[in-house]
Design a protein around this ligand. Structure first.
Ligand SMILES: [Mn+2]
Length: 272
């Protein structure tokens, strides 16, 4: 029995199948974790989402920004934009209700005490420890699964508020939680999220830090798996920080980390 954490697929279904072949994934014995952004930008969003849905008893996935965008479009809160969206196949599928309903009920954060890993799409906000982060993820998940979720999806987009404050309420609180778990890359020493820069960590703009190098980060005790940041090329250069988005959809690779022994596996995506 092995557990593999796999980085952002973004509809690159063939590289996913090739990677599972490479690791000799056995659905009767093994488990798969996914860092989110299962769909969009790549060519086969529907096949990817269906495949993972069908394996759902063996799968743990966390929501990424592209997954949330699919929800916002599917529920009519954001118009479909062919310049940004490549998931029309999902919206036209006869089983779209089933797979989208399932996706909406996936978490923003997963913590496995026994395996000793914590997974989110973008990372863990430097001022949140494990228990606060789990509580805030739970708050946003409850909203996404609750009766007013479409109103919240409509209010999800935006880069403010920049700072966490426990007194935040309503849409601002929801947006900050969503941005931290699904869009964060850089923040400054005061904890302000900077959501517009996509550089690699080596080109960090002055006065900003990759979230995992933020001063006085309170969750350094955790082994954190995340995706989202393809320009890191899988390298955080930081102990216990596992960057698994290796840019499959950009012609890079799809990466798996076997959690039991820390072995990495890669499938090049250019040849598929
Ligand atoms: Mn992402």
């Amino acid at each position: 029995m092995s557990t593999y954490a796999i980085g952002d697929i973004q509809g690159c279904f063939k590289p996913l199948l090739a990677l599972l072949d490479k690791i000799a994934f056995n659905p009767d014995q093994d488990y798969l974790w996914f860092t989110g952004d299962l769909i969009n930008r790549g060519p086969q969003s529907l096949e990817t989402l269906r495949f993972i849905y069908n394996l759902r008893d063996r799968v743990t996935t966390v929501l990424g920004n592209h997954d949330l965008t699919l929800l916002a479009v599917a529920y009519g809160m954001v118009p479909y934009n062919p310049h940004h969206h490549t998931f029309k196949d999902i919206l036209e599928a006869p089983d779209q209700d089933v797979v989208i309903h399932w996706l909406r009920h996936q978490p923003l954060m997963h913590h496995d005490e026994k395996l000793g890993y914590t997974m989110t799409h973008a990372g863990l906000y430097p001022k949140w420890d494990l228990s606060l982060a789990l509580a805030l993820a739970g708050e946003a998940e409850t909203i996404l699964q609750g009766p007013y979720f479409t109103e919240y999806l409509a209010q999800m987009y935006g880069n403010k508020p920049t700072h966490w404050n426990s007194e935040l309420t309503g849409f601002d609180r929801f947006r900050f939680i969503i941005n931290s778990f699904t869009r964060m890359r850089f923040c400054d020493s005061t904890g302000a999220l900077e959501l517009t820069i996509k550089e690699s960590a080596n080109n960090t703009p002055s006065s900003y830090f990759p979230w995992f190098l933020a001063p006085n980060r309170v969750n350094t005790n955790l082994k954190i798996i995340f995706g989202h940041w393809a320009s890191l090329m899988g390298k955080s250069n930081t102990k216990n920080i596992f960057a698994l988005d290796t840019g499959c959809v950009w012609g890079g690779a799809l990466t798996a980390l076997r959690l039991e022994d820390g072995t990495f596996f890669k499938e090049g995506c250019r040849q598929h």
